[in-house]
Design a binder for this molecule. Structure first.
Ligand SMILES: [Zn+2]
Length: 329
């Protein structure tokens, strides 16, 4: 089974049109081009809560006039209802200050509240800027891929306005996939930070842990950022040993998931622990425990006394489901 097809934001749903980035300005004037409005990392959506769809607007729509000047070429949905769309761009409305502001980003695992867009003509009645993590399992594949790309790339632009070499302001180019420094000539490309996320098993049990600031009862598989000079397997071994004091055997890579919160690529792995005795790093891990398959089934069903069901659509949930189904190979 190709697992990457199953995780939210998984690959293949969007043609990223990399060869057309140099002609982005001309593409913006085409009648079949659409623009996805983003506000502080949230895409504009419409439709029922359980089945949201992106709101894609013509490039000259009144709402798009409120965005900053940057337009990033996201690509073209490969098929289905989006096939009439020539290209989709992202536009950033984060500079807009609503009169009544929603609570904002609640952090990992917590969806923020929806924000109504500015009152301009030509928007669906139920249009709202909605938290992407809250829509992991409900956005369609094409929409999920477009929105994840938009969130990641706009956040990169927001935080990379100055040259890391000489400090001068940089300018976006290539349809938003490059920033150039006019002072020293250096080119800056969007970055992705790899994270290893690993299913650590021992016999009929799997290891779950929780960080100090997570929502109550939220447990997940261990994860951590890779460091320069490491292979994926090196990073898995180091993180598991640092966080819970376990030694592990062979490391297998199973799947990956773009995770633009703000710029990660989750690399899903599986490995077997040499033993069960845990020595927790109290800074990173508040608690860790071994769950049997039966315990994990209870957790997924919402019946476990200590562990809440993992969030739908995240790679951690897929890794755990595959382990339950014995389908890791
Ligand atoms: Zn520079």
């Amino acid at each position: 089974m190709d697992w990457t097809e199953q995780v939210s934001f998984g690959g293949g749903a969007v043609d990223r049109m990399a060869a057309h980035r140099g002609e982005a300005e001309a593409l913006l004037t085409r009648p079949g081009t659409r623009v996805l409005p983003m506000w502080r990392g949230r895409p504009l959506v419409e439709g029922a809560d359980g089945a949201p769809r992106l709101v894609l607007l013509p490039a000259d729509h009144a709402l798009i006039d409120e965005a900053s000047a940057l337009r990033v070429l996201l690509g073209r949905p490969r098929g289905g209802a989006g096939s009439a769309t020539e290209a989709v761009f992202a536009a950033d409305l984060s500079g807009w200050h609503p009169e009544s502001l929603v609570a904002g980003d609640g952090g990992p695992g917590r969806a923020g509240e929806d924000q109504r867009p500015p009152d301009v003509p030509g928007l669906p009645d139920d249009a709202r800027f909605s938290d992407l993590r809250g829509m992991l399992a409900s956005l369609g594949r094409e929409d999920g891929s477009l929105a994840a790309t938009a969130r990641g790339i706009l956040e990169w632009h927001r935080t990379h306005g100055f040259c890391a070499t000489c400090g001068a302001p940089t300018l976006a180019a290539e349809g938003g996939w490059l920033r150039r420094c006019p002072s020293c000539g250096r080119q800056h490309f969007p970055r992705t930070d790899p994270v290893v996320i690993m299913l650590v098993t021992h016999g009929n049990s799997v290891l779950l842990g929780r960080s100090p600031h997570w929502p109550e009862r939220m447990y997940s598989v261990l994860a951590g950022f890779m460091e320069p000079g490491e292979t994926v397997a090196d990073a898995v071994r180091r993180e598991v040993e640092e966080e819970v004091g376990l030694r592990v055997g062979r490391v297998r890579m199973l799947a990956s998931q773009p995770w633009p919160f703000p710029a990660s690529l989750m690399i899903g792995c599986a490995t077997e622990a040499a033993g069960r005795a845990l020595a927790l790093d109290p800074v990173e891990i508040e608690d860790a425990l071994w769950l049997s398959r039966e315990d994990l089934l209870d957790a997924f069903a919402g019946r476990h006394e200590k562990v809440a069901p993992p969030r739908k659509g995240a790679i951690a949930q897929h890794l755990l489901h595959m382990w339950l189904a014995d389908g890791l190979d």
